[in-house]
Design a protein around this ligand. Structure first.
Ligand SMILES: [Zn+2]
Length: 465
């Protein structure tokens, strides 16, 4: 077994050395230096992000702002003179937050206390003020173990926080994601009449974080809301320190409308060697309706647009067709990503790789690959070129929500997620603080340059594997 392991390591080292020999280190170093220079000294990413955030604003699917974002995206891409710019027709869900999002709790006969809460995306309304006895569960697992007698007719509160001990905040988020996504179904199955959760964030503040929930066919739909982390902590402590009954009241008047037509926005630099083979890069144009969708995912939009623009500015003629896609509806349906994969498959295109940026505009750390070992070896063979830019992480992992559906039609395509530093992402995620002012110019520009560099290297060296 040990010998076998050594043999595999040996194969990887041989493959790595073999690939490395084919890389023109000197020429590529010079090219990458130019790319970073453009991004940092005369880049467009930061001003483009300002424009998306301030001239358009938040962009929830189906909203007027989302449609204006499509217009904005098409015009912006046209202004950079790529070979082609076009729209792809898609259908998107249309959920709208109401004007009433209020909540209060009362412990025993103490005074009522107001809390900051917001509806989870897709939630039904309460139809006026909804009152009920509150039952708290410290984890989703505790709720799943509860009996119907305990829960029926009550409002469920899941107080579970994201695990602050985890270094990758995405792992901490992943651990709590089912609370938001599935909690309403879990609670409704036991007869609850509403769900409130602690916002999925590591920051302690008064601004609740939204995000989508799912309902299940055949299970009663109940309203669901997120409390700010400060209020969730307050409520948790009150309940832990009291034997009194706790009541909760909330009002939500959000609404689901019929699906609406919308678009992905696409631009290309056409391949000179393999025009029918495509490398897609992109982020999502829609955002939650709080804040301005600056990190999530305005950053991904301008990162990938800038990545292609830098190559164009350097007069680089790609081998493959390089395509930037502004995906619509990542947040509550992923209809952009799903429709894109379906459409390009029907067109008979071949997809060799895709890069997605949807983890914010923070300092670049590297990339995570959803793909094969040979593809990882290729990425690792670029690591020396990225060293001067302090980009060092090349690991197997997640690609991204928007590019994920490509896997069904192109199982051997390399799906690559851009990985910036994750420590502050969930301070802003799906929250009123996700505004332009909270994005750092240099960090954003470094991200664009890093994605541009990887796009260049993939275009040049993918043929090696
Ligand atoms: Zn996102």
């Amino acid at each position: 077994m040990q010998n076998q392991f050594k043999f595999i390591i040996l194969i990887i080292i041989v493959a790595f050395n073999g690939l490395s020999q084919n890389i023109d280190f000197e020429k590529d170093s010079i090219m990458m230096r130019k790319m970073y220079d453009i991004a940092l000294s005369k880049g467009k990413a930061y001003e483009d992000l300002r424009s998306l955030c301030k001239d358009v604003g938040s962009r929830l699917s189906g909203s007027a702002q989302a449609e204006m974002a499509v217009v904005w995206g098409k015009e912006k891409l046209e202004s950079y003179n790529f070979d082609t710019v076009y729209l792809q027709d898609i259908m998107v869900p249309h959920w709208e937050r109401g004007s009433q999002e209020t909540g209060w709790f009362r412990v025993g006969d103490e005074k009522i206390q107001k809390v900051n809460l917001i509806a989870l995306g897709g939630s039904i309304a309460t139809n006026g003020l909804l009152h009920g006895e509150l039952i708290m569960f410290e984890t989703r697992d505790d709720l799943l173990k509860a009996s119907r007698e305990e829960v029926e007719g009550k409002i469920v509160f899941i107080s579970q926080p994201m695990d602050e001990k985890m270094i990758s905040t995405f792992n901490a988020y992943g651990g709590c994601y089912p609370i938001r996504g599935l909690g309403a179904v879990d609670a409704a199955k036991l007869g609850a009449k509403a769900l409130v959760i602690r916002s999925l964030s590591l920051a302690e503040h008064d601004h609740p974080h939204t995000g989508s929930l799912r309902y299940e066919e055949g299970v009663n739909k109940i309203p669901a809301a997120a409390l700010s982390t400060n209020d969730a902590t307050l409520l948790y402590n009150k309940i832990k320190n009291s034997d009194e009954k706790v009541t909760f009241s909330l009002e939500l008047n959000c609404k689901t409308h019929p699906d609406k037509p919308s678009h992905n926005v696409v631009a290309e630099l056409r391949g000179t060697k393999y025009p029918n083979k495509v490398i897609t890069i992109g982020g999502h144009l829609d955002s939650w309706d709080l804040g301005e969708g600056a990190h999530d995912d305005g950053a991904g939009i301008v990162h990938t647009m800038e990545a292609l623009r830098i190559l164009k500015e350097l007069n680089y003629r790609p081998n493959y067709t390089l395509r930037v896609v502004f995906f619509m509806n990542e947040e509550n349906g992923n209809m952009g990503g799903k429709t894109y994969a379906q459409l390009v498959h029907e067109k008979g295109e071949e997809h060799v790789a895709a890069i997605e940026s949807d983890r914010g505009g923070f300092t670049p750390r590297g990339f995570s690959l959803d793909g094969m070992d040979e593809q990882l070896v290729l990425l690792e063979s670029f690591s020396r070129l990225f060293e001067p830019y302090e980009v060092h992480k090349f690991v197997k992992g997640y690609g991204g929500v928007d590019i994920g559906p490509l896997k069904e039609f192109y199982p051997s395509a390399a799906l690559i997620g851009f990985v910036p530093d994750s420590q502050r992402y969930f301070d802003f995620h799906h929250n009123a603080n996700d505004v332009f002012e909270n994005v750092n110019k240099r960090e954003l520009e470094l991200g664009a340059a890093t994605i541009s560099a990887l796009l260049y290297l993939l275009d040049k060296y993918l043929y090696l594997i």
